[in-house]
Write a protein that binds this ligand. Structure first.
Ligand SMILES: *[C@@H]1O[C@H](CO)[C@@H](O)[C@H](O)[C@H]1NC(C)=O
Ligand SMILES: *[C@@H]1O[C@H](CO)[C@@H](O)[C@H](O)[C@H]1NC(C)=O
Length: 353
């Protein structure tokens, strides 16, 4: 009979299973009665990886000075409340550095000025670039070199913006006195830029006071703020148009008390950074002519003009000391992502496409 023979083949296994099962229950009962501390001491837990580097300083090495210009390696703690950072430009510190910052524009095409010693396993390489893709050479040999990005884009690993809007300290803002309507300071002239085309049409309808190298009228750094402050409006025209590429051209007039007229990414994009009623966007108007008419109207209506400063009752604009802030934000990032391995392998597509 098939059934009997089936039971017959199983029989030799039944006793061992019963015995093992019994032993198992006994063992579990003993474990259950044991004090919990004993049980814990018998299990070997994997130590959770500490995500924040503690007990020692985070060393950030500035491998090359941006555009060859040294900046003061001031205290991140005093400036930005970021503790535990050691910033250095001493390449002898390479093997101990937790993060190394490389400035895109200064990297040689053949990588001859990059480190040639082994990269320590804990070390992250930081790709720093604050120029727009139009003004940044795309280097395919940078592929697979970096771990994190330091950039003006909001979706960079370490976002670094040209300015910030902060709560106003005190409430003593006054619009500086004005003796010009629209001003523009521009150093690099390139006739294929959109801003140049826009300016060429706008100036047919309204007087624009122009300064800067491009017009043979350079403005010294001492006169810079006062010059912008003496104008009711300032052309905050970016040299190229890219998402989040919003530079000091916006924050300069905002900080001195002049209304920026912006040309750059969309109004929506600007409003991610600054209050929507703090600026005029060229796209608010169908044409440069209509923008000019609006400016002339505001020139005659002081109340309407002053509405562009309502935001100053509670807020103010501050320009960023870009490179020192970038170094300190890098330190903060590396401290808080200490055991995380990461590669910025898609630089080409993320940034240039
Ligand atoms: C001028 O701008 C165009 C487009 O943005 C760019 O392709 C070109 O390289 C620029 N020329 C100079 C001399 O910068
Ligand atoms: C940094 O990136 C390199 C290249 O992609 C990679 O080999 C390395 O493991 C990364 N290191 C860290 C600490 O993330």
């Amino acid at each position: 009979m098939p059934t009997a023979s089936f039971q017959g083949t199983l029989r030799p296994f039944v006793m061992p299973i019963v015995i093992l099962g019994g032993l198992g229950i006994l063992f579990l009962t003993i474990l259950y009665k044991m004090p919990a501390t004993w049980l814990v001491s018998q299990l070997r837990f994997e130590e959770p990886a500490p995500m924040v580097k503690e007990h020692s300083q985070t060393i950030i090495l500035i491998w090359m000075w941006p555009f060859g210009n040294a900046f003061a390696l001031s205290s991140c703690s005093a400036l930005f409340n970021i503790d535990g950072c050691y910033l250095t430009a001493d390449r002898n510190m390479y093997s101990k550095s937790d993060g190394v910052i490389f400035h895109h524009r200064d990297i040689h095409l053949d990588l001859s000025n990059m480190p040639n010693s082994q990269r320590p396993p804990f070390q992250k390489w930081v790709w720093m670039n604050l120029e727009s893709p139009t003004n940044s050479k795309k280097e395919s040999n940078l592929k697979g070199l970096f771990n994190v990005t330091l950039n003006y884009r909001r979706d960079a690993d370490i976002p670094l913006h040209y300015g910030t809007i902060v709560q106003a300290e005190g409430n003593n803002f006054k619009i500086p006195s004005k003796n010009k309507l629209v001003c523009w300071i521009v150093s690099n002239w390139n006739s294929s830029q959109i801003r140049v085309a826009y300016y060429n049409v706008l100036k047919q309808y309204i007087n624009i006071d122009v300064y800067g190298k491009a017009f043979g009228k350079p403005v010294s750094s001492q006169d810079f703020d006062a010059t912008i402050g003496s104008c009711k409006f300032y052309l905050s025209f970016e040299n190229s148009i890219h998402k989040d590429y919003i530079t000091e051209k916006l924050y300069n007039p905002l900080s001195v008390g002049t209304v920026p007229i912006v040309l750059g990414p969309s109004r929506q994009n600007y409003e991610k950074f600054v209050p929507g009623d703090a600026f005029i966007h060229v796209e608010d108007f169908f044409s440069p002519k209509e923008l000019a008419e609006h400016i002339l109207f505001l020139d005659k209506n002081e109340d309407m003009y002053q509405r562009y400063f309502y935001w100053r009752r509670h807020l103010e604009a501050k320009l960023t000391s870009l490179f020192i802030r970038g170094a300190c934000l890098t330190c903060n990032y590396i401290r808080t992502h200490y055991m995380e391995h990461k590669a910025a392998n898609n630089l080409d597509t993320w940034y240039w496409e």
